[in-house]
Design a protein around this ligand. Structure first.
Ligand code: ACO
Ligand SMILES: O=CC(=O)O
Ligand code: MG
Length: 542
């Protein structure tokens, strides 16, 4: 890359910005220039962010009143048009295996060294956004990029492999809906998305450009083309202020909300100069299906474990994503199987790996260009499956012209049941995950499955919808053994939990279990489904 970058702008102390969090060493990140840069982003884009969040609410009101998502009439010309996105940079042409994970220094080193093609460093679904986690994560990424990151834990020293052998770094900032309460600009909380993405780009864009890379971002939880366009404006502005060439920052967008599945072409178009691909964020997508259609009793989902990617509505979503991406020259990334290695039980471990293998085989056969793994122990399985079926760096030329997905296919009801084990598992996952999250841990293994904010949201939203089913006009739901699904059932499950959890030694977040139970109880009793679990939980963090 030959572009000459301007110096990062120097700035005077900005009296309008107030940092309320304190973590050792944060001054090196939150310099006057960095803070002025963040304040500039806030002042330029906060009104537009709020307008987009209000538009989400208005759209949800229409869905609650009976409307169903549909393809937009006003953008039919974009869907019909013949255009493609800017080709991927060399570093992102082959991304067959991407490892994801939180941003603590050990994880960052392990993920970059893991042998995966890319590492998605996650400030989102798998990070509990305590101030300490955010600052430590930004420090770790900055040190990793400059080659200085080392870490010591449990008598072991962690060092990075040479840069040429490291996974390509992609960073996932938090979504539009979240605030960063530790940074106030003119007395108002700034957007968490702008904080994460802005701070990362401010400190690392130049060093990445010198390596022929750029800040590469994964953008989560978008609901519309206008939200994508807002990201486009933000990234244009970041590039202009940092003196980066236009298009240096490249993005992959997660299609993980039901409304966004109806605007995939539009989202690609809105970010045409910088988008590299779309990703099937299946867990948030299932959550969003429940949330969007929460007042449509004819579309209630069965228990979480039965909602697999082979269900017709999920198959339609992934196939439409592949077809849309490949028509536009963009990568169609697959998603995350929830199984993780099981250390102390060989048979269970083999079964978990077989589930992962089957999931990856489905993805590569359908035409995905790469996939996600949650744990280094799964890289070999994913790579083997993709290597066997994808000889080139990607399969953009697999156009999937056989796919014909209509709105009704994306909205199809899903057959299945609710068992007692399924109901109780939802309760347990919510409580255990919330307790861990409140304790600062955003990703935990529960019953040998990876649980993060997205998987926990499915459990939380299902409980709300099932328990409110009579008010939604659906009548009382019953478990497959005939037991009514009512608040008494929830109470019985909640009462039994603390004793059971205390018996498990070393459970993450055990001290916060009562608080988690209280929060889940309030969220499930509330008249309306709260848009995100992490909104009320965040008020209790730190
Ligand atoms: C819906 C979505 O958004 S999916 C994307 C978000 N989710 C994720 O990114 C999942 C990330 N994964 C994880 O956090 C973890 O793998 C968990 C919580 C699922 C399991 O964690 P653990 O039970 O602690 O894993 P385990 O003990 O087997 O780890 C073994 C080693 O692998 C490392 N490891 C585990 N997962 C990862 C990872 N994703 N990236 C890098 N290293 C990892 C551990 O740090 C540990 O290293 P060490 O031996 O040097 O101490
Ligand atoms: O972010 C990924 C998802 O599945 O949700
Ligand atoms: Mg997600």
């Amino acid at each position: 890359m030959s572009a000459v970058l301007n110096q990062i702008p120097q700035a005077e102390f900005d009296a309008g910005i107030d940092v309320t969090g304190r973590v050792q060493g944060q001054q090196a990140l939150l310099t006057p220039a960095a803070l002025a840069f963040l304040a500039g982003l806030h002042r330029a884009f906060e009104p537009a962010r709020q307008a987009r969040l209000a538009a989400r609410q208005a759209r949800q009101q229409a869905f609650d009143a009976g409307a169903l998502p549909q393809f937009r009439a006003d953008t039919a010309h974009l869907r019909a048009g013949d255009w493609t996105v800017t080709p991927a940079p060399a570093a992102l042409r082959d991304r067959r295996v991407e490892i994801t994970g939180p941003v603590d220094p050990k994880m960052v080193i392990n993920a970059l060294n893991s042998g995966a093609n890319c590492y998605m460093a996650d400030f989102e679904d798998s990070t509990s956004p305590t101030w300490a986690n955010l600052i430590t994560g930004q420090q770790a990424l900055r040190a990793a990029i400059s080659g200085d990151l080392v870490h010591e834990a449990n008598g072991k020293r962690y060092e990075l492999r040479p840069q040429a052998e490291q996974a390509v770094l992609i960073v996932r900032p938090r979504g539009w809906h979240l605030d960063e309460k530790h940074v106030l600009v003119d007395g108002r909380r700034m957007s968490a998305a702008l904080f994460d993405a802005g701070l990362f780009c401010f400190h690392n864009a130049k060093a990445l450009a010198e390596r022929d890379r750029g800040p590469y971002l994964y953008l989560p939880k978008l609901e519309s083309m206008e939200e994508a366009a807002l990201w486009g404006q933000v990234l244009d502005d970041i590039e202009a202020r940092l003196g980066l060439p236009h298009g240096q920052i490249r993005v992959t967008v997660l299609i993980e909300t039901l409304p966004a599945a109806f605007e995939m072409d539009e989202i690609l178009y809105a970010l045409k100069d910088r988008i590299v691909g779309l990703n099937c964020g299946r867990w948030d997508y299932i959550f969003s299906y429940i949330k969007t259609l929460r007042r449509h009793p004819d579309r209630v989902l069965p228990e979480r474990g039965q909602v697999t990617m082979t269900q017709p509505f999920l198959r339609a979503y992934s196939e439409l994503l592949i077809q849309t991406c490949h028509r536009r020259g963009a990568h169609a990334m697959g998603g995350m199987a929830a199984q993780i290695p099981i250390r102390d039980d060989a048979a269970a471990n083999a079964a978990a790996l077989a589930r992962v293998r089957a999931d990856k085989l489905r993805e590569v056969t359908a035409g995905h260009d790469g996939t996600w793994v949650a744990h280094p122990g799964l890289i070999a399985v994913a790579r083997e499956v993709f290597d066997a079926r994808m000889p080139g760096p990607n399969q953009l030329d697999n156009r999937r012209e056989d796919v014909h997905v209509e709105a009704a296919d994306l909205l199809q009801p899903c057959l299945g049941t609710i068992t007692r084990a399924g109901f109780e598992n939802n309760v347990e996952v919510c409580v255990r995950y919330l307790a861990a999250w409140l304790d600062g841990n955003g990703c935990v293994p529960i019953h040998h499955l990876m649980e993060d904010a997205a998987t926990a949201e499915i459990a939380r939203a299902q409980l709300w919808q099932w328990l409110h089913f009579p008010e939604l006009g659906g009548g009382l739901l019953h478990l497959d053994d005939g037991t009514p699904v009512d608040f008494a059932l929830l109470e019985r499950a909640l009462i039994a939990l603390p004793g059971r959890l205390r018996a498990e030694p070393g459970l993450p977040g055990i001290a916060r279990v009562s608080e988690a139970i209280g929060l889940l109880d309030r969220l499930t009793h509330a008249e309306t489904l709260a848009p995100f679990l992490t909104l009320p939980a965040y008020e209790r963090l730190d």
